[in-house]
Design a protein around this ligand. Sequence first.
Ligand SMILES: [Zn+2]
Ligand SMILES: [Zn+2]
Length: 250
Amino acid sequence: MPTACPLCGLRSRAGDLCPGCLSDLVPGVPGAGRCLHCAVALDSAGPGGRQRPTRCEACAASRARGRSYDRTIAVIDYTYPGDMLISALKERGRLDVAALLGRLIAQAVRTPVAGLPPLGAIVPVPSSPASLRRRGFNPAGEIARAVSRGTGVPLRRGWLACVRSDASQKTLGRRARWRAPVGNYEARVAVPAVWVGLVDDVMTTGSTLHFAATALRAAGAAGVVALVAARTPARLWHNVGHVRRDPGPA
Ligand SMILES: [Zn+2]
Ligand SMILES: [Zn+2]
């Protein structure tokens, strides 16, 4: 069925990106050029033409260990123009974009190159009650539904609940921002010892996914793979858990 590409409006198929936008935004090999652990985009070449690293500097350093998610899959960067897909979903309620992002994540999960453990459940990061009231839907939940459909892994919306709303993270300092989601998430069931695919729309500091994954593991999950639509590049975030060198004047 011909549709309009949600990004550029050119002709596309069945709600997908047009071939041009797809090749601009999503690499042919899922996970290529991203850190294995946190999926942040890696520099295109190591210093002195060394072989590309598989982990970012922060994850290779000891301070980034101890995250509750074991791996992260991200399909696009949270930068222009991919960020327009996220705002179409979150600000304009374009649920077709959630389906598109979910299909892209499912495709990456199914690729053997990703080397993921077999997932037993897909769980969305729940919206806070305030966001749910404002938006009327949970963007992560809509993406998760499409991930479940595209992978055949059952969707378990009821496993995790958001029991507390935090203040807007944007106004907080780095440490406070990292700690803001503490106590937000609670598992509502005894989770079986399976690997869980934990879905969110955007990953920036990773703290939301960390604390949501902590709740799943405490309830019995064997492990957690973070499945995110968009990843904020390292140069755009500052967080206490990830050390990075100041890139200096660009
Ligand atoms: Zn397009
Ligand atoms: Zn990393």
